[in-house]
Design a protein around this ligand. Structure first.
Ligand SMILES: Cc1cc2nc3c(=O)[nH]c(=O)nc-3n(C[C@H](O)[C@H](O)[C@H](O)COP(=O)(O)OP(=O)(O)OC[C@H]3O[C@@H](n4cnc5c(N)ncnc54)[C@H](O)[C@@H]3O)c2cc1C
Length: 457
């Protein structure tokens, strides 16, 4: 139901991934006039699999990337499907599709397509439209009356478009711009070096000696995928205190070895580790994570990215000096993504229509300062500023826009999947023991709201 009123704003949403789609829906529901600009030919963001990597710098350096997607061909979700859906649109297993609990990336793309069709979102989206510049129309105006100038380019016709908006919602994701380590000898090393951003399939590493740097999700997935095809895989981890699941995998495969961090790379192909051990390698794949990057955004220094801290942002969403006309959806990490993006979107929509108000500039800045201080005191590095890993925070966040707390089963299923992955890295996507919780989830209103018989098998 759309309610158009005198408080409706002309809003530009940048990006039609999971964050941008739900932002568009919530903004329109609140009566705003919404235009979504999306550089790709379809919706989905990371979940629109993109095999094109050949023209990319393999290390993804430079501020403008040709390819947004970082998802590899074999990727299956790391989170069970039940916890992923937006609050009013469950991620159901559908006949004839990939019905697994941890389905392939394609299935999440199809879910997003269904979401888009169900709520008629496509009509708001301009595809193949890359935003190149966003800035204030008059940068001497702070506070409520800021207007935004958006310049974009049609990727097919090269036509440049310029438009003014009352508000801009940045929903451009943060799993594209490689975060690379600095290693002695990196520039002179003669082998292949690439970031996982451009890894798609294992075949190019056939019979090679490969060093995989980083043992988070992608590093683990890619190492396991390579054991059947590469000659040797040397996984370099920050700490040798690894999970039970990874330890099991390493002891199972004779060609997969664990090492500490790399000390240096030598011109003769040697990769030297800090404990003095070394290997001669053909390739290095850096699975070292991603950085926040907004190459199009000119806020006159009012929002900066400093060692992956995007700030200052009140509640990871609003820069106090530019709020609520500039906002960000999807910045937090280590959360249950889709429902969190939805609560951000609802809050933004309600603030723009005047239904709710933000605290004063001073109070927002004070809250940000206290948040930074608490993170520093807890010894959390700056680059982990937006790693939340806290259900209570997500519940409190939802209160800003009147969204109920996350269902208990959703939290418990999230935790049980994490525990299972930790202990059974190779099998957690196909074997689990949280059947009772799963039943509770399937009987909950979240799953029965659209299709009461969904789980009557
Ligand atoms: C390998 C990998 C595995 C993952 N696994 C999981 C998982 O199992 N579970 C999970 O919940 N999450 C996972 N994620 C995180 C995933 O990124 C989020 O689920 C989700 O895609 C974030 O949505 P988003 O809309 O914020 O960003 P994105 O999905 O990145 O979408 C951003 C959109 O903005 C567009 N855009 C960017 N810049 C511009 C511009 N200048 N102009 C116009 N459009 C622009 C992009 O083309 C894109 O469509 C994974 C990510 C990766 C990379």
């Amino acid at each position: 139901m759309v309610s158009v009123g005198s408080n409706s704003k002309h809003v530009c949403v940048i990006g039609a991934g999971p964050s941008g789609l739900v932002a568009a829906r919530e903004l329109r529901k609140e009566g705003h006039y919404v235009v979504v600009l999306e550089q790709n030919h379809d919706i989905g963001g990371q979940w629109l699999y993109d095999p094109r990597v050949e023209h990319q710098d393999p290390l993804g350096r430079g501020s403008t990337l040709e390819v947004h997607g970082s998802v590899y061909a074999s990727l299956r979700l790391a989170s069970p499907r039940e916890i992923m859906g937006y609050t009013d649109f469950p991620f159901l297993a559908k006949k004839g599709r990939d019905t697994r609990r941890f389905p392939s990336h394609r299935e999440l793309f199809l879910y997003l397509k269904d979401f888009c069709d169900w709520f008629g979102l496509r009509e708001m989206i301009k595809f193949n439209t890359r935003v190149e510049y966003v800035g204030m129309v008059d940068s001497s105006m702070f506070g409520k009356d800021i207007k935004w100038f958006v310049r974009s380019r049609d990727k097919n016709s090269e036509k440049v478009m310029e438009e003014e908006f009352d508000a801009v919602v940045v929903a451009t994701g943060h799993y594209s711009q490689p975060r690379l380590p600095t290693i002695k000898g990196m520039d002179a090393w003669k082998g292949k070096q690439m970031h996982s951003h451009i890894y798609r399939v294992p075949e190019p590493f056939s019979n090679e000696v490969v060093v995989v740097v980083g043992n988070s999700m992608s590093g683990q997935d890619i190492s396991i995928e390579l054991v059947d095809i590469a000659k040797e895989i040397h996984l370099s981890a920050k700490s040798l205190e690894i999970s039970e699941g990874l330890a099991k995998v390493i002891s199972k495969y004779g060609n997969l070895h664990l090492h500490p961090q790399i000390d240096s790379l030598c011109e003769d192909g040697r990769v030297q580790f800090v404990d003095g051990s070394w290997v001669i390698a053909d390739s290095i794949i850096y699975c070292t994570g991603y950085s926040y990057s907004f190459p199009f955004l000119d806020t006159k220094g009012m929002v900066v990215v400093d060692d992956d801290r995007v700030g200052p942002l009140y509640e990871h969403t609003f820069p106090p000096s530019l709020a609520p006309s500039l906002s960000f959806v999807g910045i937090p990490r280590k959360i249950i993504g889709f429902p969190f993006f939805e609560s951000q979107a609802k809050w933004i929509a309600q603030l723009l229509s005047g239904k709710r108000t933000l605290p004063s500039w001073d109070d927002m800045m004070q809250s940000i300062k206290e948040f930074y201080q608490s993170r520093d005191a807890a010894g959390i590095p700056k680059h982990n500023t937006h790693d939340i890993a806290n259900f209570e925070y997500c519940d409190k966040y939802g209160e800003h826009c009147g969204l109920p707390h996350l269902e208990d089963w959703r939290k418990q299923l999230c935790l049980s999947a994490l525990i299972n992955a930790d202990a059974n890295l190779e099998t957690y996507r196909d074997s689990w023991d949280d059947h009772e919780l799963l039943q509770v989830a399937h009987q909950s209103p979240h799953f029965t709201q659209l299709c009461p018989d969904a789980f009557d098998q």
